[in-house]
Design a protein around this ligand. Structure first.
Ligand code: FES
Length: 356
């Protein structure tokens, strides 16, 4: 067993993570002092795999400081354009700084295929979008992917013009009506402050027709998305029309999603890549993803914070709860889907399948 585990870990360390491809960076374009656009050179044989829906993201695996780090970045390009992402350097962001300071044209990087459910769908004729800072990235892709005759009302918040990425692009997109918000600069035609409760109320009251839109997209920090979600619900917008994406996993002092249930010790069977894996779960210990990782397996993951859905799987026997869930819908949870990076069993036996 020991030898088997060593084999599994060696295999994991010496090869690409499962589902990843080595892709060449075609070009790094500086957008602002703190952000870059990274354009990928997708080889012909992988082009079909890298067809994406506007709003999707790609997971990246970067080895730096002697460790593997995974992060998800939203695609900013539109359908038919070279696949590109935008990365803003975060103050303590290992990977975001690596993209801004180390990555260069011609370098190869490990990337997953595009994925994610925060997407513009065909038939959407009128959409409303709220973005803060680098949250504009998936929204820009959606704006470029609007169908003929469709329109987007975009509300875009930034500190100032210098820090705003894709400022010119969003101002010049056809069928997009944009209103800017700057919290640290007075700009003609723009509103002052953040996209907060009172601004959201004003937006809706000034144009009640917005409430009839096909979808409401928002991408930014959790406080902003929660404020907007609450306000939209108050104005009667249906849950299934509200789509949100967070920049990153919120810091871990948030309360668990459901405090009414207690995880229990459990024999866990996981179906991963056609292989049945047995692990033992103990309460207040590791989540299912962490257990698999500790055993040397290579389950899919990126944020590890309940945000990206890369680790989504389905509970097919037994019951489970999640510490956090910022991405699965109520219906998906009802159907048994879980985020394995957050999953803890509620029954003494449980089966979880990745391959569904
Ligand atoms: S790894 Fe991102 S939600 Fe689990």
């Amino acid at each position: 067993m020991g030898l088997f585990k060593i084999f599994k870990k060696d295999k994991k360390e010496n090869s690409l993570p499962k589902g990843f491809n080595l892709i060449t960076i075609a070009k790094i374009t500086r957008l602002t002092n703190e952000s870059v656009m990274v354009t990928l050179d997708i080889p012909a044989e992988l082009k079909a795999d890298y067809t994406f829906k506007p709003g999707q993201y790609i997971d990246f695996s970067v080895n730096t400081d002697g460790k593997e780090h995974r992060r998800s970045y939203s695609i900013c390009s539109g359908p038919g354009e070279a696949v590109s992402i935008a990365v803003k350097a975060m103050p303590n962001g290992t990977v975001s700084k690596w993209f801004n300071e180390v990555a260069h044209d011609g370098m190869e990087i490990a990337c997953s295929k595009p994925q994610g459910q925060f997407t513009l769908e065909s038939g959407m004729k009128k959409v409303v979008a709220f973005a803060a800072g680098s949250g504009i990235t998936p929204i820009l892709s959606m704006a470029k992917g609007l169908e003929a005759g469709a329109e987007m009302h975009l509300y875009y918040g930034n500190r100032n013009q210098a820090s705003a990425i894709f400022l010119n692009e969003v101002n010049n997109l056809p069928n997009v009506k944009v209103q800017h918000y700057f919290s640290q600069e007075t700009v003609e035609g723009a509103k002052e402050g953040r996209l907060d409760d009172s601004h959201i109320s004003d937006i809706i009251k000034e144009n009640l027709d917005l409430l009839k839109s096909d979808a409401f997209f928002m991408c930014g920090p959790i406080e902003m998305t929660e404020t907007i979600t609450k306000k939209l619900k108050l104005f009667g917008v249906a849950d299934n029309k509200i789509k949100r994406e967070l920049f990153s996993a919120p810091v871990a002092d948030e309360s668990p999603t459901d405090t009414s249930v207690e995880p229990v010790a459990s024999d866990v069977t996981v179906l991963l890549d056609g292989e049945e894996i047995d692990v033992k779960f103990k309460p207040k210990g590791k989540t299912i993803l962490e257990l698999l990782d500790a055993e040397g397996y290579d389950p899919p993951y990126s944020c590890r914070g309940g945000v990206c859905s890369t680790c989504k799987a389905k509970v097919t026997k037994g019951k489970a709860t999640m510490r956090m869930n910022y991405v699965l819908t109520d219906q998906e949870v009802e159907e048994g889907y879980v985020l394995c990076c957050q999953t803890e069993p509620l029954t003494d036996k449980i089966r979880i399948e990745f391959d569904v």
